[in-house]
Ligand binder design. Structure first.
Ligand code: SF4
Length: 61
């Protein structure tokens, strides 16, 4: 898995702004739940990991 979502760091109370940051639409969110990653789309670019202020998205290079 290239991006790990650390749900304990995500407040899960807002629309995830990282969804808009992903250039390939690999981040989905169901309601205000912590986001999930579609690994078949993810290119491991690292943008979401740098963007999330909570550090909830950890990109494994
Ligand atoms: S690493 Fe890049 S491609 Fe993968 S989910 Fe994050 S922003 Fe999207």
């Amino acid at each position: 898995m290239s991006v790990k979502v650390i749900t304990s760091r995500c407040p899960q109370n807002h629309p995830c702004p990282s969804v808009m940051v992903c250039p390939v639409g690999a981040i989905q969110q169901n309601g205000y739940d912590a986001p999930t990653i579609d690994e078949s789309k993810c290119t491991n670019c690292g943008r979401c990991g740098r963007f999330c202020p909570m550090g909830a998205l950890v990109v494994n290079k």
